[in-house]
Ligand binder design. Structure first.
Ligand code: ATP
Ligand code: MG
Length: 264
C-alpha cells in the first residue's frame, strides 16, 4: 500500500521543496520506490530534479484540470527508483480554476487513488493554503509541516492546525500530521527557545525529534539537480535528512500496525 505525504506550510521559504527532494533521496537509499509530485506553479521541485519546466509539455496541471491519467505524465529521474510528476507554468491556472469544480479538494486524491507502483508519494505544495494545498492534504495520509524556529513560522503553524481540523472533518478523518524544524542554528538562543516552545506545544508525537540544521551545501543541491546525499553523501544535512526519513519510516510502520483491526 502506497503511503502519501503532503509537505506543506503556508509560510514561504521554510524548506518544503528542499525537504521533499532530500527525504525522497533518503527513502530511495533505504530501498523504497518513491514518487514526488510538484504542485507548485514555481516548479522548484521540477527544477531541483534537473527538469526545465518550459520543456514539460504535460504536467500535473493537466491531471488536475483535464483529468489526464497521472501515469502518462510521471517520468523517471536520474536516480533509480525516484519518479517525478512535474509542474509547469500551467499550474498557475489551477488555483483559480479548481474551486469552480464540484468536490474540487478531492481531485488529486481521485487521480492517485488506484494501486500505485510506489511505496511513498510526496507532494510539494506552494506556500499558500489554497485549493492546491487543500488537494494535497486531502490526498495525503500524513501532513508534514517544515518550520523554522522563528516567531513568524511558529505563528503560521496555527493556521496549519485549523486546516488539519477542516480536512479531517471534510473527508480525510485519518489524516496524521508531524512538524519538523528546518534551518536550525544551535548557536542562536532564540532558535533554542522556540524549539523548546514547539516541543511543549506539539509533544513527542507531533514534533519530529530530528532537526535539520543550516547547511549551505543544501543551497547547491537544486543546481546539481539530484538530492544532496547523491553528491555529498556525508554532509551534515544529508545525515539529518536520513535520520528524519528513518523516523518517518518507523512512524508509518507504527501507524499501519495500529490501523490493523485487533481480530486480524
Ligand atoms: N537546512 C538548510 N540550510 C541552508 N539553506 C537551506 C536549508 N534548507 C533550505 N535551504 C535554502 O532555503 C531556501 C528556501 O528553501 P525551499 O525552496 O526548499 O523552501 P520552500 O518552503 O519550498 O519555498 P517556497 O515557499 O517558495 O516553495 C532555498 O534557497 C534553500 O536552498
Ligand atoms: Mg517550494
Amino acid at each position: 500500500m502506497t503511503y502519501k505525504f503532503a509537505i506543506a506550510n503556508e509560510k514561504g521559504g521554510v524548506a518544503k521543496t528542499t525537504s521533499v527532494v532530500s527525504l525522497a533521496g533518503a527513502f530511495v537509499e533505504r530501498g523504497l520506490r518513491v514518487l514526488v509530485v510538484d504542485l507548485d506553479p514555481q516548479a522548484n521541485l521540477t527544477l531541483s530534479l534537473g527538469v526545465k519546466p518550459k520543456d514539460v509539455e504535460q504536467s500535473v496541471a493537466q491531471v488536475l484540470l483535464n483529468s489526464l491519467d497521472p501515469m502518462e505524465v510521471i517520468r523517471p529521474t536520474e536516480i533509480e527508483n525516484l519518479w517525478l510528476l512535474p509542474s509547469n507554468a500551467e499550474m498557475g491556472l489551477a488555483e483559480r480554476f479548481l474551486p469552480v469544480r464540484q468536490n474540487y479538494d478531492a481531485i488529486l486524491r481521485s487521480a492517485l487513488n488506484g494501486n500505485l507502483p510506489y511505496d511513498y508519494v510526496l507532494f510539494d505544495c506552494p506556500p499558500a493554503l489554497g485549493a492546491i494545498t487543500l488537494n494535497a492534504i486531502t490526498a495525503a495520509d500524513m501532513l508534514l509541516i517544515p518550520t523554522q524556529a522563528e516567531y513568524f513560522s511558529a505563528h503560521a503553524l496555527k493556521s496549519m492546525m485549523g486546516t488539519i481540523r477542516r480536512v479531517r472533518e471534510q473527508g480525510n478523518p485519518n489524516l496524521n500530521y508531524r512538524v519538523f524544524i528546518t534551518m536550525y542554528d544551535r548557536r542562536n538562543r532564540s532558535h533554542r527557545t522556540l524549539m523548546e516552545q514547539l516541543q511543549t506545544t506539539f509533544g513527542n508525537e507531533g514534533l519530529m525529534e530530528t532537526m535539520i540544521e543550516i547547511d549551505t551545501k543544501l543551497r547547491e543541491s537544486p543546481i546539481v539537480g539530484i538530492p544532496i546525499m547523491y553528491y555529498v553523501s556525508r554532509t551534515r544535512s544529508a545525515e539529518q535528512y536520513r535520520a528524519l526519513a528513518q523516523e518517518l519510516i518507523d512512524d508509518v510502520e507504527t501507524i499501519k500496525e495500529r490501523a490493523v483491526p485487533q481480530s486480524a
